[in-house]
Design a protein around this ligand. Structure first.
Ligand SMILES: Cc1cc2nc3c(=O)[nH]c(=O)nc-3n(C[C@H](O)[C@H](O)[C@H](O)COP(=O)(O)OP(=O)(O)OC[C@H]3O[C@@H](n4cnc5c(N)ncnc54)[C@H](O)[C@@H]3O)c2cc1C
Length: 502
């Protein structure tokens, strides 16, 4: 791993991987291990996990795009966050692991006409990923904030469980001592061990395909002031910049057909619940989720250090502000929906960042309303003394009797809606009226450009998506390797025959 010194670079590589998150790191590792010459280019810096406090404002500043302040415009606008560092979202996320949901995958296969999609293969890749990133449950008791979800759901007889995470715990450690097995700890070291190179703080601005190879134009710098860079020439490019940046880069490079118009997310609304005892765990998130109403609606817990509690109270700060004094007795919970709405990512000439818009459907707004109501009920059942919903004009909810007022006053347009799950901007499949890439991620109409990240998932999967992103990335990388190897062996046998004839 290295940054770039000097002003102009011109590098050649067999395969360029743009982005080093869940899709990019796995792609790079598999290709390097198969003997390809791989160069990874990552816009963000390399940040050792031990040098940053998880879920802190410092982490947002150093490892999130735009310090975590990014928004999809609409009514309401939806705040979203993306990792922007070596390892991408895997460095900053909650590490909650769900195997690819096979019913959803089966629907994708049918509706988007994904050829060669074998669910047994995805299952076996999921087994492999679980080993590689050490998917496991917490040792000992869950944190108090997580136990609240379990207790509330159990009281209501709602389906719930502890979600395993990609973590390693020291012997005798407890729930908060885990080390996240993100890409900088797993697939990126594997890629380097197999000979892959990596440039950090280097952004790919544009791709130009001349028919023989692709040239990536890059700029570099630490984000405070970018400098002109140079060019990287590659025989093949895998774009793995995540579901916002990947379509933006493809559009800047002239690839626009079914690229960027079908952004799908899991929007969330949240509340802060106060309890009689201390429940706040500043450096970790709850591991329980409630799936009684899934896939339409799920409940879980968020990072809840004092700054984030203050932020969650700001929607109704006039009434809620004094509660911040008790932040140690408070924790933040969310209701996430599988949205019917869609968004649009548009690269604008002359602007560095794309314009992102999102439109919730009428049904989405109603599911958010009922979701917040049910979530408030769950926290009351778990023993909350006061509940502070995050929307303008919200009342403090103290008992079941207040829930109807809360539901009446709620409107999605008054709420702080946010999301961390972004997908589907370059859907994969052979359905040419819907898909930007083919069944294995090659951009339709391009010969040398592949997508291999969350953009490919045809719709939002209804569960935490990283494992699904990784499973598809590995499947597609393997297909690429097989194709290249078979072309190579055809070329060699052709050369031998010609040689024999000569
Ligand atoms: C706060 C948060 C919590 C989450 N929690 C969970 C969870 O608990 N479980 C789960 O399954 N999922 C979770 N996710 C989602 C998960 O992290 C993503 O689905 C996954 O990381 C997507 O992988 P990706 O490869 O598509 O993109 P990313 O992992 O986002 O990686 C993209 C990388 O590409 C780089 N890049 C972009 N454009 C360029 C360019 N032009 N040039 C060079 N580099 C570029 C970016 O800087 C970034 O590092 C969470 C996400 C966030 C942000």
């Amino acid at each position: 791993m290295s940054g770039i010194e000097g002003h102009q670079i011109h590098v050649r590589t067999q395969v360029l991987v743009v982005g080093s998150g869940a899709g990019g790191a796995t792609t790079a590792a598999l290709l390097a291990e198969a003997g390809f010459d791989v160069l990874i280019v990552e816009e963000g810096p390399w940040v050792d996990q031990d040098t940053v406090t998880p879920f802190s404002l410092d982490q947002m500043d150093r490892q999130y795009r735009s310090g975590g302040v990014t928004v999809a415009l609409g009514l309401p606008s939806i705040a979203y966050t993306e990792g922007r560092c070596a390892g991408g979202g895997t460095e900053v996320n909650s590490g909650l692991y769900f195997r690819p949901p096979l019913d959803v995958v089966e629907r994708w296969r049918r509706d988007f006409r994904i050829d060669g999609l074998d669910v047994d293969e995805l299952e076996s890749i999921a087994d492999e990923v679980e080993q590689a990133i050490n998917v496991t449950t917490v040792p000992g008791k869950p944190t108090p904030a997580s136990e609240i979800l379990r207790r509330g759901a159990a009281a209501l007889n709602w389906r719930h469980s502890e979600i395993p995470r990609w973590m390693k715990y020291p012997a005798g450690g407890d729930a908060v001592t885990g080390k996240r097995q993100s890409m900088t700890r797993t697939y990126l070291p594997r890629a380097f061990a197999a000979g892959a190179r990596m440039l950090v703080e280097t952004r790919v601005d544009r791709l130009v395909d001349n028919g023989l190879n692709v040239t990536a134009h890059v700029t570099y710098g630490d984000g405070t002031g970018r400098m002109p860079g140079g060019a990287i020439t590659a025989a093949h490019v895998f774009v793995c910049g995540g579901a916002i940046q990947t379509p933006a880069l493809l559009q800047r490079s002239g690839m626009r057909s079914h690229i960027g118009r079908t952004l799908a997310v899991h929007p969330t609304v949240k509340l802060t619940a106060k309890f009689a005892d201390e429940v706040n765990v500043p450096d970790d998130v709850p591991v329980h989720q409630v799936k009684e109403f899934a896939p339409d609606l799920s409940f879980g817990g968020s990072a809840s250090h004092s700054g984030l509690v203050a932020l969650a109270l700001t929607d109704e700060w006039r009434t809620f502000s004094s509660a911040i004094e008790d932040w140690r007795r408070m924790s933040i919970y969310y209701a996430a929906i599988t949205s019917e709405g869609r968004g649009w990512v548009q690269a604008l000439p002359g602007f560095r960042d794309p314009l992102v818009t999102y439109r919730l459907s009428h049904r989405d707004r109603e599911v958010l309303r009922s979701g917040l109501g049910r979530l408030a009920l769950l926290t009351l059942e778990a023993g909350a003394t006061e509940v502070y919903p995050s929307f303008r004009g919200a009342p403090v909810v103290r008992d079941r009797g207040d829930l109807a007022t809360m539901q009446q006053r709620f409107a999605a347009s008054k709420a702080s809606v946010m999301t961390v799950h972004l997908c589907s901007t370059v859907p994969m499949g052979e359905h040419r009226d819907r898909c930007g890439a083919d069944s294995f991620g090659k951009v339709h109409g391009a010969d040398r450009v592949w997508v291999n990240d969350a953009s490919l998932l045809p719709t939002a999967p209804g569960v935490n998506p990283q494992a699904t992103v990784m499973a598809f990335a590995i499947r597609n990388a393997r297909r690429f390797i097989e194709q290249q190897q078979s072309q190579q062996s055809h070329r060699s046998s052709g050369a031998t025959q010609n040689g024999a004839q000569a």
